[in-house]
Write a protein that binds this ligand. Structure first.
Ligand SMILES: [Zn+2]
Length: 163
């Protein structure tokens, strides 16, 4: 692997096995959307390391709709943290699938902006777009708070890393 000086390019590094779990959930849910929360940590400026794509079921999810509900998401996060031995691990963002080869939508960017404004810290979004019966493509955005109460949304490179 070539490691170049990336400057400040936002990046989401997803552990290979976490990616495969998310991929399986996305393929399974198609033609509906599915999703949940990302757990991991932030490394330096604008780099999210993702250890897990946790599923938060939304029984009302449709072809172009997935809503991550707060209460079940909090439960899923609490359960994960209770079994994790990593002190640094926590919520880093959100993910959902698109059953068609579509990158993050304007609605997704809008939702991310809302989350960042509320959280007042960086939030990552990963979209797993189903490209074929067996393959998904990962897209990512990172939202950062920006004075006084706005958010900047930047596309981030997705890198798959060994655990
Ligand atoms: Zn979406």
């Amino acid at each position: 692997m070539i490691t170049a000086d990336r400057g400040n390019a936002p990046e989401v590094r997803i552990e290979e096995n976490a990616f495969h779990r998310g991929e399986a959930i996305a393929l399974d849910a198609a033609p509906h959307e599915s999703g949940g929360i990302l757990v991991g940590w932030w490394e330096g400026d604008g780099i999210a390391v993702v250890r897990g794509l946790l599923a938060v079921p939304d029984h009302r999810a449709g072809h172009t709709h997935y809503e991550r509900r707060h209460t079940p998401a909090q439960q899923v996060l609490d359960e994960y943290l209770a079994t994790s031995s990593e002190p640094n691990v926590g919520y880093v963002g959100e993910w959902h699938s698109h059953p068609t080869p579509q990158p993050p939508s304007p609605t997704d960017r809008h939702a991310l902006t809302g989350l960042v404004r509320q959280a007042r810290h960086s939030v990552a979004l990963v979209v797993l777009a189903v490209m074929s019966e067996h393959a998904v493509e990962a897209y990512s955005l990172i939202g950062e708070p920006c004075w006084p109460s706005r958010a900047t949304i930047k596309p981030a490179d997705v890198e798959r890393i060994a655990p």
